[in-house]
Each structure stands twice: as C-alpha cells, then as structure tokens.
Design a protein around this ligand. Structure first.
Ligand code: SF4
Length: 294
C-alpha cells in the first residue's frame, strides 16, 4: 500500500528574525539557522520553518510487556505497542540503543519505516495491546508525532506512555500531557557534572520534569542505571532517593544494572551487592524499589 507521508512542520518552536528558529521541545532550546538541524538531528529549519524529519517514520516497533518499559504499577500484565524513531537529544556514552539514538554516526541520514498515527493505533488494537509506548529513543524529539498518535489512541481507549530522559521543556509537556497516562523517567544521576560529561545535558530540567509530570497527575516511575564509579556513591544514591521521596514516596524507583555498551566499555558490570545497597538506601525513603536488568 502506498502511503504518502510528508515532513511535518513542528508545533513546539518559534520563528525568529532572518528565518532563524528556536526549537522549544527540549531544554537545549536549540537556535537553528536555515538548513540546519538541532542537536537531535531530526528537527530541521527549512526556509524559516521547523520541520520534524521523523514524523511517521519509525525505526523500531515491538510489542513489549509493559514491565519492560519498566512500569510495574501501571496496567501490569499487559502489552504496550512500542515505537521509536532515530535521534536523541542526549549523547550518553553508555547508550544501549546507540545505533538509533546516534544515527548520524551509523547511518548518516534519517531512516525509518513509514507508518501513520492511525496505522499505529490500529496495529496496537489488532495486537491486543492496552497502551502505546513512545520509547527506544527520546520521544521529546518526535513530540508532534507522539502527540498525534496519542490523541488518536486515547479516542480508542488506549493508554499512552512516554519512556523519557525527562529533558523536555514545560511547553512540550503542556502540549503532550493531555494524552499521556504514564511516564518512566530516567534520573541518571544527581550530579550535574555527570549529566554534562556523560550525557551532554544538565540535571535541573530533568528534576523539573519529574515534579511537573507528578503535578499533572501522570503516573510516573523513575529509573536509574547504576554505573560503577560514576553515580553509585552512597551519598548520591541517598540524594536520588530523597529527591524522589520529596515528590512522592509512592513513586516506584527502578535500580538498573549496567552492562558495558557503546563508548563506555571500560566499566565493569554493576555488582549485585551494589544494587542491593542501592535498594536498601531506596527503601529508607521510598515504598517501592526494584532491582532490574539482572
Ligand atoms: S528537540 Fe531538543 S535537541 Fe532537538 S532541536 Fe529541539 S531543542 Fe534541539
């Protein structure tokens, strides 16, 4: 079947003088001149308008148990129709999906299978999924595609899930949140230097997203990948657990085991004892703490 899918003009951006634009989807707030793309590589200034290059173009689609997102307290035992595109606004040196997130390094151009929001919703229903998850890469960068899909999905009584690094702006969360039921948000560290050095981003916007999503009554669960020697000190784990508890002690915290990947091949796999120590710390402050990826 032939499906015509055009590049879609973005919603979350503003036009500036001399045909420059500013993207407002994530906290990088990229200033983009004519012909250029932002840091994520999928939002391009064409003739003074910002376009989403991955609208209707998925690089990964699978039917996953919802626990894999991970979400343990939201529609347990159900399946989520899961999609992702290429691109990311982070540069995490330990990324597990680095070939799609850092696609320029691997493919040099935007790739993906064409699919419309309506087709995604129909596929989810056909496969008896209860939800659609925007995942694998960072959904903030394809917010308009996720928004249109989630809106249709909601009309069909499907739930919508964002699996995100939390770097979205308030404008982006305001735009998409009416259709979002649950989020798994990564809190990768409690140290701004970690975010700067390893992810090429900052900590504060992530904390703001967690607080705002909770305020909007979206169900949230938090994930921290514990990397030996990088974010696993007792002090830092305490800081993370205390922060989550300050938002709501009922928020589940997933402590995930690190395996060497991409550019971080020089670190060992997280020892089980370290995960257990993190779990013990978490349980001082939080009701639900889970060790994952073991
Ligand atoms: S989504 Fe973020 S990284 Fe991508 S263009 Fe917009 S502000 Fe830049």
């Amino acid at each position: 079947m032939f499906i015509k899918i055009m590049k879609k003009e973005c919603t979350i951006y503003k036009k500036l003088k001399d045909k420059n634009v500013q993207c407002l989807a994530c906290s990088h707030r990229c200033l983009i001149s004519k012909g250029r793309t932002g840091i994520c590589g999928v939002r391009q200034n064409i003739g003074g308008k910002l376009y989403l290059l991955v609208y209707g173009k998925v690089m990964a689609k699978y039917i996953d148990p919802i626990e894999k997102k991970p979400l343990y307290h939201f529609l347990p035992g159900t399946y989520a129709y899961s999609i992702g595109t290429v691109g990311c606004n982070f540069r995490c040196s330990f990324c597990q999906n680095y070939d799609i997130s850092q696609f320029k390094e691997f493919y040099g151009k935007v790739l993906g299978e064409k699919i419309t929001p309506k087709q995604i919703v129909n596929e989810a229903i056909k496969n008896k999924c209860k939800s659609i998850a925007y995942t694998y890469n960072e959904p903030t960068i394809f917010a308009e595609f996720a928004h249109d899909t989630a809106k249709l999905a909601k009309q069909k009584n499907l739930k919508n899930i964002l699996v995100t690094n939390g770097y979205m702006t308030k404008e982006c969360l305001d735009y998409i949140s009416p259709y979002i039921d649950a989020m798994n948000i990564d809190l990768k560290s409690f140290n701004d230097k970690f975010y700067l050095k390893i992810c090429k981003a900052r900590l504060k916007p992530v904390l703001e997203t967690i607080k705002l999503a909770h305020k909007k009554k979206i169900w949230i669960e938090i994930t921290t990948l514990i990397i030996p020697g990088e974010n696993d000190s007792k002090e830092e784990l305490e800081q993370i657990a205390r922060f989550i508890a300050s938002v709501d002690k009922n928020i589940p915290w997933h402590i995930s085991r690190f395996f060497p990947a991409y550019k971080m091949l020089n670190k060992p796999i997280t020892p089980i004892e370290k995960l257990k120590q993190a779990e013990k710390i978490g349980k001082k402050y939080l009701k639900y703490v889970y060790i994952g990826n073991v």
